[in-house]
Design a protein around this ligand. Structure first.
Ligand code: DGT
Ligand code: MG
Length: 402
C-alpha cells in the first residue's frame, strides 16, 4: 500500500505522524550535524533540549527541498521549533556546510567518552556520566570496572539454566491472579555481556542476515507451536540497509486460540533456542502484565526477550558472529499496535502517542489502542486499521524515519 500522497505535501504539519520522513532526506547533512548536538544534550541529561533538537531534525527530515538561504526564510524559519538557537545553527550550516558547535563537540574528550560508554548496550547517559565522573575514559576502564576480559564468554550452559530458573522465580502472582514480575532480583548481566562481545555486537547486521535470523527463529517456533505469525520490525522495516539489532514481533494467526497459546511461549522459545546453541545469552526476559488501560506506561506489557543470538555456520557463511535479537510476543489483539510500536522511529512513536492523546482523546501504545473517556479498547485487524482509527493518513514504514 503506497503512502498517502498528502503526507509528502504535509511537511509543515506539527506531528511526525502526519508527515513523510524518508531514510535519507535532501538535507541529510544538516540533519546529521544537528543529531550530534541532540546526542550531546541527551548524554548530558538535558532531555528537554535533546527533544527540541529531535523535533527540529524531524521537521527537516520531512522537508522535500534542499534548504537554502531563501527557503530557510520563506519556509523553515516559520516552522514550530525554529526560533533563536536552532535557527542560528541551521543558518551556520547553510553558510559553511557544517555547524561549528557540532564539530567541537565531536572532538571533546567528554563527548567522546560519554558516547563510547553509552554505545555499550545497557549503559545509558546517566551511568555513562557516573563513569566519567569516576575518572573513567576508555573501554579498558570499563572492562576493569566490570572485570570483563575482552572476548570472554560469560554464560556457561549451567549459568544460563540458573538464570532462566531465577527469571521464572521472579514471576509472581498478584492477589487477583495476574502474573507480574518482581523487579530487580536477578543480577543484570547486560553490560558485562555487551562489553565482552562488543566487537561483534558493534557490527551492523545486513538485511539478508536479519531475514535469515527470523527464518531460523520461526522454524524453531513452529516446532513448539504451529500457526505463529511474525513481522520483522525496527530499523529493518523502515528500510535501513544495516541494523544494530534484529527486532521481531510474534503472535498467533488464530485470534481466539492465540489468547491462551501465546502467553509463556516467549520463554519456551528462548529455552529451545538456547538449547540449540542459537541464543547464547538472555539479557532480559519479561512476562505479561495484566493489561490496565489506566496505567500510563506499558513499556513492558508484552512478553519479550532481549537476547544475544548466533546463527550456525553454513558453507556459504562459515563465520558467524553474535548479534542482538529482540523477540516480542503479543496477543493477537495487540499484534498490530505492537508492530507499529516496535517499527519506530522513536520520534514517530512519540508523536503517535501525542497525536492520539491530544487530537483524538485516545491512548496508543504497543499493547493497545483505547479511548480515554470510557477506556473502550479498539481491536485493530491490520496496521492500516490503526491509522484509520486514529484518523491518520497511511504512512509506509519506510517513510517513518522521523
Ligand atoms: P537499530 O539501531 O538499527 O536497531 O534501530 P531501531 O529503530 O530498530 O531501534 P531499536 O531496535 O532500539 O528499537 C526499535 C523500535 O522499538 C524503536 O522505535 C523503539 C521501540 N522500542 C525499543 N524498545 C522498546 C520497548 O521496550 N518497548 C516498546 N514498546 N518499544 C520499544
Ligand atoms: Mg532495531
Amino acid at each position: 500500500r503506497p503512502t498517502d500522497p498528502s503526507v509528502f505535501q504535509n511537511w509543515r504539519a506539527r506531528y511526525a505522524v502526519q508527515r513523510a520522513s524518508p531514510l535519507v532526506c535532501p538535507n541529510q547533512g544538516l540533519a546529521n550535524e544537528l543529531s550530534i548536538l541532540r546526542r550531546a544534550r541527551e548524554l548530558e541529561g538535558l532531555e528537554k533540549n535533546a527533544l527540541a533538537y529531535e523535533r527540529a531534525i524531524g521537521m527537516i527530515k520531512s522537508y522535500p527541498h534542499r534548504i537554502t538561504r531563501e527557503s530557510f526564510k520563506s519556509d523553515i524559519s516559520k516552522l514550530p521549533g525554529f526560533g533563536g538557537k536552532t535557527a542560528s545553527k541551521v543558518l551556520e550550516y547553510i553558510e559553511t556546510g557544517s555547524i561549528p558547535e557540532a564539530q567541537t563537540t565531536l572532538t571533546s574528550e567528554r563527548y567522546q567518552s560519554l558516547s563510547l560508554f553509552a554505545s555499550i548496550y545497557g549503559i545509558g547517559p546517566t551511568k555513562a556520566r557516573q563513569f566519567y565522573d569516576m575518572g573513567m575514559r576508555s573501554i579498558e576502564d570499563l572492562e576493569r570496572y566490570y572485570d570483563v576480559a575482552p572476548g570472554a564468554t560469560l554464560k556457561t550452559p549451567a549459568e544460563l539454566d540458573e538464570f532462566m530458573r531465577e527469571m521464572e522465580a521472579e514471576v509472581a502472582f498478584t492477589p487477583n491472579g495476574k502474573r507480574v514480575r518482581r523487579e530487580g532480583t536477578v543480577p543484570d548481566i547486560t553490560v558485562p555481556v555487551a562489553l565482552a562481545l562488543r566487537g561483534e555486537l558493534d557490527a551492523p547486521i545486513p538485511r539478508d542476515e536479519v531475514e535469515e535470523m527470523r527464518d531460523v527463529v520461526m522454524r524453531e517456533l513452529a516446532e513448539l507451536q504451529p500457526g505463529c505469525v511474525s513481522t520483522i520490525v525496527g530499523g529493518y522495516r523502515r528500510g535501513k540497509p544495516m541494523s544494530n539489532d534484529a527486532d521481531i514481533v510474534i503472535s498467533h494467526e488464530d485470534w481466539e486460540k492465540g489468547k491462551t497459546l501465546i502467553p509463556g511461549l516467549c520463554k519456551r522459545l528462548c529455552a529451545r533456542l538456547y538449547q540449540k546453541g542459537l541464543v547464547t545469552h538472555v539479557m532480559h526476559l519479561s512476562g505479561f502484565h495484566g493489561y490496565n488501560a489506566l496505567r500510563t506506561e506499558h513499556w513492558d506489557s508484552l512478553e519479550k526477550a532481549l537476547t544475544v543470538f548466533k546463527l550456525k555456520p553454513i558453507p556459504e557463511n562459515p563465520v558467524r558472529i553474535h548479534r542482538r535479537l529482540d523477540l516480542i510476543f503479543a496477543l493477537p489483539e495487540s499484534y498490530w499496535t505492537a508492530v507499529i510500536g516496535w517499527t519506530g522511529s522513536k520520534m514517530f512513536q512519540r508523536d503517535l502517542r501525542l497525536w492520539a492523546k491530544q487530537e483524538k482523546g485516545m491512548k496508543f501504545d504497543s499493547v493497545a489502542l483505547t479511548r480515554r473517556h470510557d477506556t473502550r479498547r479498539f481491536l485493530p485487524k491490520s496496521e492500516k486499521e490503526v491509522f484509520d482509527i486514529l484518523g491518520l493518513p497511511w504512512i509506509d514504514p519506510t517513510m517513518r524515519n522521523a
